[in-house]
Design a protein around this ligand. Structure first.
Ligand SMILES: C[S@@+](CC[C@H](N)C(=O)[O-])C[C@H]1O[C@@H](n2cnc3c(N)ncnc32)[C@H](O)[C@@H]1O
Length: 460
């Protein structure tokens, strides 16, 4: 039978070329020259094209031949045009490039790369064997002997099993479909759930976990992710978010007995605006003579939400210290007062000393211990950290706290996965630090401008 049967002339500029179907190590000048000579002598060996929509074609086999035709500046080329489903195109390219009946073979590295591409498209060993012309068992051996192929095969089985299971198939059905043991599927699914749990406990918001899973081609939805974490009893799924609202209302939704550490910076009640400033910042919500009352109410509501063993770090100035100390002491045993020495001077009475420090009340309940790294001595209760006020004024929070300082407090006051809450989170440095240190976190802020800022910084 004439091999040219059924071939037709196709305009070269209507042919699309996708290098994914090019299975050779590279172009061989010799082969192109040979095809040029063949063409000039009047012989054409048609290329294989898959029909696309809109009078377009996709090159499946014949990369060197197309090159030769282009080199001869031909406008048309002889081609077999077939309807090849998208899912079958690579397999067909492999079969054409490795046709034992015609004595054409891919070199071993080329063949292995083709196997890898097919594995990444979810093809079974049997399918690969069919298109390459080898038995299924031989393909399995080739895969097991090559570390790159073995990894692709493992990744692919994981991806397919998880996706089939997420789409509603039972574990047993997935095992049957992929021709692997039940135990293997249950190991894969456990590993997948464990990964989600770990990321969540490290403080990653659910949208981010889902986004990453989707990038890795898992068909995981936000709803399904929550359902899985819920069934794994990972904890309240409202962690890792900034809530815009009044903490006196929002604290109520936190489940009881869940908070490991409060790090918070309530309004000090000192109307921090200074007459020395040319442009005054807006007054902070609650920064009036009711500030101690606000802290009292917040701590009262937070009390049942705390774990039996918990810590608090509560920022304050020397002025509000007596009131804040009294309120914190109603719920925690006060262990010490940390001094934060700022590198920049703060505001205050211009006829008195320059303000260069703030306090952090440190309280404990139960038996919680500081998380001091091995080899480090007892941490000092004086911290030196930049005062970020000048840097953030204008587009940030007027009394923003340094992230480094918050991170140091969080590292010493909690462990990975623990829950950190800041009910007066402002622009969110405590939350950024908690996330950075792989804790779970929750921030509440009443002022929309600052809540949005915190969301952008910590959730973004
Ligand atoms: C001292 S600032 C915190 C600043 C924050 N540490 C930062 O670095 O951006 C106190 C914050 O508590 C907020 N606030 C006041 N009353 C509140 C309430 N009832 N619920 C939640 N937030 C409140 C204020 O809007 C303010 O942003």
């Amino acid at each position: 039978m004439d091999k040219n049967d059924g071939a037709t002339d196709v305009r070269i500029n209507e042919i699309e070329v996708n290098d994914d179907f090019f299975l050779r190590d590279g172009y061989t000048e010799d082969a192109i020259e040979r095809y040029c000579a063949m063409y000039e002598s009047g012989t054409q060996k048609p290329i294989l094209l898959a029909k696309l929509a809109d009078r377009k074609y996709l090159l499946i086999d014949g990369f060197h031949r197309l090159h030769a035709a282009k080199k001869l500046k031909w406008e048309k080329i002889h081609a077999w045009v077939e309807e090849i489903p998208e899912d079958e195109r690579l397999g067909r390219a492999v079969a054409e490039n490795n046709d034992a009946t015609r004595g054409i073979f891919l070199k071993i590295p080329e063949r292995n790369r083709a196997i890898d591409k097919l594995l990444q498209r979810g093809k079974t060993h049997e399918y690969i064997g069919n298109v390459i012309g080898l038995s299924r068992n031989r393909i399995t051996t080739i895969i097991n002997e090559d570390p790159t192929l073995k990894k692709s095969a493992t990744d692919q089985i994981k991806l397919t099993s998880v996706n089939e299971w997420l789409s509603g198939k039972k574990q047993k059905e997935v095992a049957k479909l992929l021709d692997v043991t039940d135990g293997r599927i249950s190991q894969i699914l456990d590993g997948f759930k464990e990964d989600l749990k770990k990321q969540y406990l490290e403080g990653q918001p659910i949208v981010q976990i889902v986004g990453q899973a989707q990038t890795a081609k898992y068909q995981l939805t936000e709803e399904k992710c929550k359902e899985l974490l819920d069934s794994e009893k990972v904890g309240w799924l409202g962690w890792n978010q900034v809530i815009e609202g009044d903490c006196l209302k929002e604290i109520q939704q936190i489940p009881d007995g869940t908070i490991d550490l409060i790090v918070t910076d309530p309004p000090y009640g000192i109307e921090y605006q200074s007459n020395s400033m040319k442009e005054k910042d807006a007054l902070i919500n609650g920064d009036d003579d009711q500030a101690p009352k606000l802290l009292e109410k917040a701590l009262k509501q937070l009390d049942p939400k705390l774990k039996k063993d918990a810590f608090i770090y509560c920022f304050c100035s020397w002025k509000c210290y007596p009131d804040f100390e009294r309120e914190v002491a109603k719920h925690f045993k006060i262990k010490t007062v940390l001094v934060w020495v700022k590198n920049e001077t703060g505001l205050g009475d211009l006829s008195s000393y320059m303000e260069r420090h703030e306090f952090v009340i440190f309280g404990v309940r139960g038996n919680k211990k500081l998380n001091v790294p091995a080899g480090r001595g007892r941490p000092s209760n004086v911290f030196i950290a930049e005062h970020t006020y000048k840097k953030v004024a204008g587009d940030g929070h007027p009394t923003a706290k340094p992230i480094d300082l918050c991170a140091e407090l969080i590292r010493l006051g909690s462990s990975e996965g623990e829950v950190i809450v800041d009910t007066f989170c402002g622009s969110g440095p405590t939350l950024i630090a908690a996330k950075q240190e792989k804790r779970r976190w929750l921030g509440i802020e009443i002022e929309p401008k600052y809540a949005t800022l915190a969301k952008e910084k910590v959730e973004g």
